[in-house]
Every structure is written in structure tokens, then in C-alpha cells.
Write a protein that binds this ligand. Structure first.
Ligand SMILES: Cc1cc2nc3c(=O)[nH]c(=O)nc-3n(C[C@H](O)[C@H](O)[C@H](O)COP(=O)(O)O)c2cc1C
Length: 366
């Protein structure tokens, strides 16, 4: 049973010692170099975040293959030369008492020919709203190669000294596209019912476990719902969550939405969420009731009151924050030292726009 003090109580997440239950949710900073390599600016951001007290830092999305690149300045972990930079990130975080989880991903149909250097790939060759252009359907051989690429990237993350990896299976990226009936209209074993549509994800999980061992923590960020009429819904995401739990994942971070989800996108502005905090929590608490592994709540969580309430009422085991830590990297220390009760982030998405322009920061005081 959680209580208020648990937010700042040291704990173990599948063997990793965390100093509290607050997590920096994966945040693409757009600051890797053209080769997907870590830069000095990135190391400084991670050092600052760790010094600010957050328990676990989930990195911005790192591509497992170059063709999975959706955004400029995205990290990559598809070749051995990229390990050294990630090692520097891990060391900076460890020096400041934090832990680092590398997020692994593939932009799938959300890539463009320009970002990926080739026609984007997806489970099915369907032009849908969230895709910039019509993708090409992955062949079964290519699916197998992509699974291998995820496992190789996880192995590199472990070699680099990361404490965990997280699969980005949410927000309309490649794995989410396989899960969603809206974007996966395959007729082979990777499509059809939810058993077929989750096969790609489950194959990645098992390949990673084989590559790094079952004791190396593997987290998954999953959409509880795509918030799209034809997309993944909570009944099917619950099935996926139970399969992942049975496979031994360390934790599930439950998000919602894709870029095509109107005002129910993953990164909602204040007026879209109606200033409602914790806008995905109806999804995370439903899934939490069905799994044994810890569940992480993310999306619009801003105040100490809401964070402790989510833990106390058993709606989540960990609290994940993205935008508030862009504005206040030391927010966790301030909350713990009672210098603050609430993040000053106003959920304007200025940080996202700034990252797209190659200058990631909170723009509120500009
Ligand atoms: C600048 C920016 C970059 C993001 N990059 C990622 C990412 O790489 N991977 C991911 O899973 N989510 C990413 N997100 C989404 C966040 O992890 C989080 O799910 C979302 O912002 C809601 O949390 P918040 O209200 O605390 O910001 C990003 C969000 C922002 C603002």
C-alpha cells in the first residue's frame, strides 16, 4: 500500500536502486549530432536533471536503425561507435546519484523520406492522417531484422552502463502502429487480432531478454488508448499489458494518443487537457488493476498533491514528468525540500517547438 511519504522513499525497480518514485519521462531534445551521437550539451542537460533529484531519467528516443529516424537531432544506438557517448550520459547521471534508462524506438510511418533518408516503413502501406507520406509495408524478413536491431541496441545500452532500457511502444511510432488496427492491416501472423498485432512487440521483448538477460530491467511505454476511433483501445491494450507483465517487463508507463488524436494527443496543451492533471490516469489505473508489475503514470502531472494522491490511492506506482523538468530540472529537489508545491510549467508546448527549431529549452521566460 502506498502512502504520501513513498514519493521520496528509496525503492528498487527490478533491482535498480532509485532514490524516489519520480521519473523523467522520455524527452527528445533534438541535440544529438547528425550521426545520432551524444553531444556535450546533452551531457550537461542529463547532469543537471540528475542533480535536480529525479530518481530515474528516461532518455529521449534513440533510433535502433537509421531508417527509423523521425526527428532531427535524435539519438541513435544502431552502431558500436554510439556507445561511448551514451556512456558519458550514464556517467554524468550516476555521478549525480541518478539512474539512466535508454528509450529505444523507431519512428515507423511517422518518419518522412527526408528524416529517414528513405521511404518510411510501417506495418501496412496505408496513408493515414498521422503519416507525412505513404509508407512502405515491412516484409517479414525486415520485421525479423528490426527485432534483431532492437536487441542489439539494448545490448549497446547495457554496455554503455545504462541501468535499464525502455521500448517506445506508444504515440503512433512503429511498435504502436503494429498494435493498432488503424495502421496494421496485415493478413500475416503480425496482423489480425491483438495476438497477431502484439507479436512484433513480444518478439522484441524476448529478443532483448535473450540479448541482455531477464535481470536487466526492460520497461515499456504503452498507449492505454490511441484516442482514435479506429485505434488501439483500452480492452486490447490491457491484453498487451498482461502479456508484457507475464513476459517479465520491469514496469509499464501508460500514455495515450498519437499525433492524429486531435485534442487527445500525447503531449497536451493546458487548454486541451482542460487544465486537468494526470490526463492519462484513467488508462493507467485500469491497467494497474490487471498487472503485477509497477505502473508509471504520465501526462499533465504537475503538483505534489496529485503525485502523492496517485500513489496513495493505488492509481500508479511511479510518477513520470516531461515538460515540468524542462522548465525546472531541480523540481524534484524543490518538492522534496518543500520549496515548491507545484511545477511552474504551463503546458504550452513551447519546449517542443523550440526543440524542432534545434534550440530545446523552456521558452516561458524568453
Ligand atoms: C520536447 C518533448 C519531447 C518528447 N520526446 C519524447 C520521446 O522521445 N519519447 C517519448 O516516449 N515521449 C516523448 N515526449 C512525451 C513525454 O514523454 C510525455 O509523455 C508527455 O510530454 C506528457 O508528459 P508531461 O505532461 O509531463 O509533459 C516528449 C515530450 C516533449 C514535450
Amino acid at each position: 500500500m502506498q502512502n504520501e511519504t513513498n514519493l521520496f522513499t528509496p525503492n528498487q525497480l527490478q533491482g535498480i536502486e532509485l532514490r524516489n518514485r519520480i521519473i523523467r519521462s522520455a524527452t527528445w531534445e533534438g541535440m544529438a549530432d547528425a550521426e545520432g551521437q551524444v553531444t556535450g550539451r546533452l551531457v550537461e542537460i542529463y547532469r543537471q536533471l540528475a542533480e535536480g533529484g529525479v530518481g530515474l531519467i528516461i532518455s529521449g528516443l534513440a533510433n535502433v536503425v537509421p531508417e527509423g529516424n523521425a526527428f532531427p537531432g535524435c539519438l541513435g544506438l544502431f552502431k558500436d561507435q554510439q556507445v561511448e557517448g551514451i556512456r558519458q550520459l550514464a556517467e554524468a547521471v550516476h555521478d549525480a546519484g541518478g539512474k539512466l534508462c535508454l528509450q529505444l524506438g523507431h519512428g515507423g510511418g511517422q518518419c518522412s523520406s527526408k528524416s529517414a533518408g528513405t521511404q518510411p516503413v510501417a506495418p501496412s502501406a496505408i496513408k493515414v492522417e498521422q503519416y507525412p507520406e505513404e509508407p512502405r509495408q515491412l516484409s517479414q524478413d525486415e520485421i525479423g531484422e528490426t527485432v534483431v536491431a532492437y536487441a542489439a541496441a539494448a545490448k549497446r545500452a547495457r554496455q554503455a552502463g545504462c541501468d535499464a532500457v525502455q521500448l517506445h511502444a506508444a504515440h503512433g511510432y512503429l511498435i504502436n502502429e503494429f498494435l493498432s488496427p488503424h495502421t496494421n492491416q496485415r493478413t500475416d501472423q503480425y496482423g489480425g487480432d491483438i495476438d497477431g498485432r502484439s507479436r512484433f512487440l513480444l518478439e522484441i521483448v524476448s529478443a532483448i531478454q535473450e540479448a541482455v538477460g531477464k535481470n536487466f530491467p526492460l520497461l515499456v511505454k504503452l498507449n492505454g488508448s490511441d484516442n482514435l476511433e479506429a485505434g488501439l483501445q483500452i480492452d486490447e491494450s490491457s491484453v498487451v499489458a498482461k502479456k508484457l507483465d507475464a513476459a517479465g517487463v520491469a514496469a509499464l508507463e501508460i500514455s495515450g494518443g498519437t499525433p492524429a488524436s486531435g485534442d487527445q494527443v500525447p503531449v497536451r496543451r493546458a487548454h486541451e487537457s482542460g487544465d486537468e492533471m494526470a490526463y492519462n490516469v484513467v488508462l493507467s489505473r485500469t491497467i494497474r488493476q490487471q498487472v503485477r508489475c509497477p505502473v508509471i503514470a504520465v501526462g499533465g502531472i504537475r503538483s505534489l498533491h496529485v503525485m502523492t494522491g496517485l500513489l496513495r490511492t493505488g492509481q500508479a506506482d511511479y510518477i513520470s514528468l516531461s515538460r515540468p523538468l524542462v522548465r525546472e530540472p531541480d523540481l524534484v529537489n524543490k518538492l522534496q525540500n518543500k520549496q515548491s508545491e507545484k511545477a511552474t510549467c504551463i503546458s504550452c508546448n513551447g519546449c517542443l517547438k523550440a526543440a524542432l527549431k534545434g534550440n530545446f529549452r523552456c521558452i516561458l521566460d524568453d
